[in-house]
Design a protein around this ligand. Structure first.
Ligand code: G4P
Length: 526
């Protein structure tokens, strides 16, 4: 037990992820309402970039402002300190979301009952699986007609490759929605549509008693009994340990908009969700309860003021206690630094804090000292792993459009890449720079910011690529042979690692067949 154990064990740091429109913002808002952090519905602004605004940069800029405020929302609930990390809804910023997932200890996935598992959810779940992050599923919008709950569970298992275990069960849906039976606590939650009030619940010790019929009528009571019997027969008994290992996801049903099923979710969450977990550094495993401070930068938010470059570096505290004005080592620079105005995020307010503990997120005002993945410690050289780069999906050559400003352009590109806006590869054959992104919007963001923050102009030139993959092999001869054969398609990433730029799925498959000793990686963390 460390000296800060009590503080650390009461922390729950997590993210809510979903496909846009499933109800992430609504659920976040209801959680804040329970925590007393806000008092009226509608106070949480969605940070999602509306679909209609994809080409409207000013709109994006405005919304970026909102998303700084809602990056981290912290509140106290039943002796627990809850830190919700927000993730951008727009898929073009998926990379940002992936990195945020490296800073959380667990995740709640929101699924729209009518739509089931959607593309974005699938992709985000992949990251959770990779990291063995414990996951709770909330099936939302039960007040609308949706898919059959058993079908939904099958779909989640199949599409998200995770075992599920319902801990609550819906009684009908849509207009006829009567409520949910809380399997975890053996309580019946009766539903009355309401956006303001938390619905009362009734304790049902035995669902075979006629008391149940009195509440929901005989036919539905019979249906519930047979559903529960089926669940108990098909799904394993819920064990917290299996959930914590990331092997099983408990499932809740409800309606975030109607504030229904949310409290049950939150109550179960604080009971079973992990407090800050040990973090793997390159050198060793760092335990949150260690007395010395350590943390890493997982996100950098550029300033809204284009006249001078200042950002907020978001640091996840991995161990110990962070103190304002203390000296900490910036490991990459091997330099001690002091931070006089670290910020914490209570509900939606940003305020300067004097201390923070493992599990918390702090914002450090920065003028270009940090890049994603940097670590801070009390002196030890620690490098935190696990900030994956995914193979981008879109590629363009970036060229200088103003020869007088090439220095500014290079500096701008470097710093934007430090922020993790996109990925840079340098083609070793022709020396040209290639920017890889997950969506068109990022190219617009880069061009705009290069001009407004660095006074540099870039232009894009097309390049037809299918995927960038990191390659490695113990068979040095085969590797050298491959690089020679594919010399036109070889590039280096910013860490100097070999990247093969495949121009079609066919060529990639052929390469994989012809060079069996070479491993082709689609994320850079291996
Ligand atoms: P997101 O952050 O995941 O993108 O979703 P968000 O919470 O913004 O919700 C998307 C839409 O779904 C919103 O409607 C919201 O009101 C609605 N919604 C959320 N939860 C429920 C629910 O339990 N039942 C029903 N019926 N609807 C729900 P909108 O019309 O797009 O926005 P708004 O005008 O209501 O804000």
């Amino acid at each position: 037990m460390g000296i800060y154990s009590e503080e650390i064990e009461r922390r729950r740091t997590f993210a809510i992820i979903s496909h846009p429109d499933a109800g992430k913002t609504t659920l976040t808002e209801k959680l804040l309402l329970f925590g007393g952090a806000i008092h009226v519905a509608g106070a949480v602004k969605s940070n999602k970039i509306k679909k209609t605004a994809t080409s409207d940069w000013m709109e994006i800029e405005k919304q970026r402002g909102i998303s700084v405020a809602t990056s981290v929302m912290a509140f106290d609930y039943n002796e627990h300190k809850i830190n919700i990390l927000d993730t951008p809804g727009h898929q073009d910023f998926a990379e940002d979301t992936f990195r945020t997932l490296t800073a959380v200890d667990s995740v709640i996935i929101v699924i729209d009952a009518a739509k089931g598992v959607e593309a974005q959810t699938r992709k985000l779940m992949e990251v959770c699986r990779m990291r063995k992050t414990p996951v709770i599923v909330f099936i939302n919008k039960m007040d609308r007609d949706g898919k059959d709950p058993f079908d939904l569970l099958d779909e989640i298992e199949e599409e998200l490759h995770i075992h599920v275990r319902p801990l609550s069960w819906p009684i009908d849906m849509g207009q006829r929605f009567k409520g949910v039976y809380n399997i975890f606590e053996r309580k019946l939650n009766l539903y009355t549509p309401s956006k303001q009030y938390v619905t009362e619940n009734v304790e049902i010790r035995d669902i075979n008693s006629t008391e149940l019929d009195g509440h929901i009528g005989e036919p539905l009571a019979e249906k519930l009994r047979s559903d529960i019997e089926l669940i108990e027969g098909v799904y394993p008994v819920f064990e917290v340990e299996t959930y914590l290992k990331g092997d099983i996801a408990p499932v809740f049903f409800g309606s975030a908009l109607n504030n229904f099923g949310v409290k049950e979710l939150l109550d179960c969450f604080i009971r079973i969700a992990p407090s800050p977990r040990p973090v793997q550094a390159l050198e060793r495993v760092v335990d949150p309860e260690e007395n010395t401070f350590s943390g890493f930068v997982f996100k950098i938010h550029a300033n809204m003021d284009p006249n001078h470059r200042s950002c907020i570096a978001f640091v996840k505290i991995c161990s110990g206690r962070f103190e304002r004005n203390a000296n900490y080592k910036h490991v990459r620079f091997n330099k001690m630094m002091r931070f006089s105005s670290p910020t914490a995020f209570m509900a939606q307010k940003k305020e300067t804090v004097d201390e923070a503990f493992a599990g918390d997120i702090i914002g450090l005002p920065d003028t270009g000292n940090f890049k994603i993945g940097d670590s801070l410690t009390e002196g030890e050289d620690l490098h935190f792993k696990g900030l994956p780069s995914f193979s981008p999906e879109m590629f363009k050559y970036i060229e200088n459009a103003d020869p007088m400003k090439s220095k500014q352009l290079n500096k701008g590109i470097e710093q934007l890449m430090d922020e993790g806006v996109a990925q840079l590869f340098v083609n070793q054959f022709n020396g040209r720079k290639i920017i890889g992104t997950v969506g068109q919007l990022q190219f617009e963001v880069i061009q705009y910011r290069l001009l407004h923050e660095y006074g540099a102009q870039c232009k894009w030139e097309p390049i037809s690529l299918y995927k960038a993959c990191w390659i490695e092999s113990e068979n040095k001869e085969m590797l050298a042979n491959f690089k020679k054969r594919k010399s036109q398609y070889m590039a280096l990433d910013r860490e100097g690692r070999d990247v093969y730029l495949a121009d079609s799925p066919y060529v990639l498959t052929m390469a994989q067949n012809d060079f069996p000793d070479i491993r082709f990686h689609f994320t850079s963390e291996f």
